[in-house]
Design a protein around this ligand. Structure first.
Ligand SMILES: [Zn+2]
Length: 238
């Protein structure tokens, strides 16, 4: 397998909206908008293609970027999986589309999970737990629950919003009580396995975006003023 070269490739980005909309591109031109730099921009949160010369991109700053490759059928996909998209099973549905459109056998799919906010830093509200509860019978595998003690209340919140400043900040306190942490990686790994992708084919970056703002972008840890990480996948031109 040759290393992917971005030279001469057409960049395809997504107008991501936390949906389960999947774009399938097997021909050009496509009815999409072009960016000033010539990149094609399509609405949706996943893009699948068999066409050599396209560089499929997903952009994130805490959400999980997920890249899928079926090297037998030569199908690639880029997926944006935040908590909403994950609850809508976007990863599982993307493997389904690869199967449906191009005959992908899920056993041949290899997946890479890029850096994202991890369980350590991803505190979520009860509404997120409830959304997953209604969707996944095994939802409790993805959440850890802690009881916030008064001292933790002061420490935890600055840690979540700016991990370079671990001091209590006036006015920033979480209400005492239960707190939930979501593991997006576990939820998406479970979906891929449910779709038939072998666990040994799933590679996960060890990096949490909120723990590594020196290196990565984190929407939550940097108060929304941050950049985006781009995950790219494509098929070299012959
Ligand atoms: Zn973290």
């Amino acid at each position: 397998m040759r290393r992917l070269s971005a030279k001469g490739m057409q960049l395809v980005t997504l107008r991501q909206r936390h949906t389960d909309m999947i774009q399938v591109i097997d021909s050009l031109p496509h009815a999409g908008e072009r960016e000033p730099d010539g990149a094609l921009k399509l609405p949706g949160d996943a893009v699948v293609s068999t066409r050599p010369g396209l560089l499929l991109a997903v952009q994130v700053a805490d959400c999980l970027p997920l890249l899928l490759v079926d090297s037998k059928r030569r199908v690639v996909a880029a997926v944006h999986a935040g908590w909403r998209g994950t609850a809508k099973r976007i990863a599982e549905k993307t493997v389904g589309r690869m199967r449906q459109e191009f005959g992908t056998n899920p056993k041949d799919v290899r997946a890479a999970f890029g850096p994202s906010i991890r369980r350590c830093c991803y505190e979520v509200g009860r509404e997120v737990v409830e959304a997953y509860q209604g969707t996944f019978s095994y939802y409790d595998e993805f959440f850890s629950r802690t009881e916030a003690s008064p001292s933790e209340v002061h420490w935890q919140q600055p840690l979540l919003t700016d991990n370079r400043e671990l001091r209590p900040r006036p006015g920033v306190t979480a209400p005492p009580g239960e707190k939930f942490h979501l593991d997006l990686v576990a939820a998406n790994r479970r979906q891929l396995q449910a779709a038939g992708v072998p666990a040994r084919n799933i590679w996960t970056s060890p990096l949490c975006t909120a723990c590594h703002t020196d290196l990565l972008f984190s929407h939550r840890a940097e108060h929304g003023r941050t950049g985006r990480l781009m995950g790219l996948v494509g098929i070299n031109q012959p």
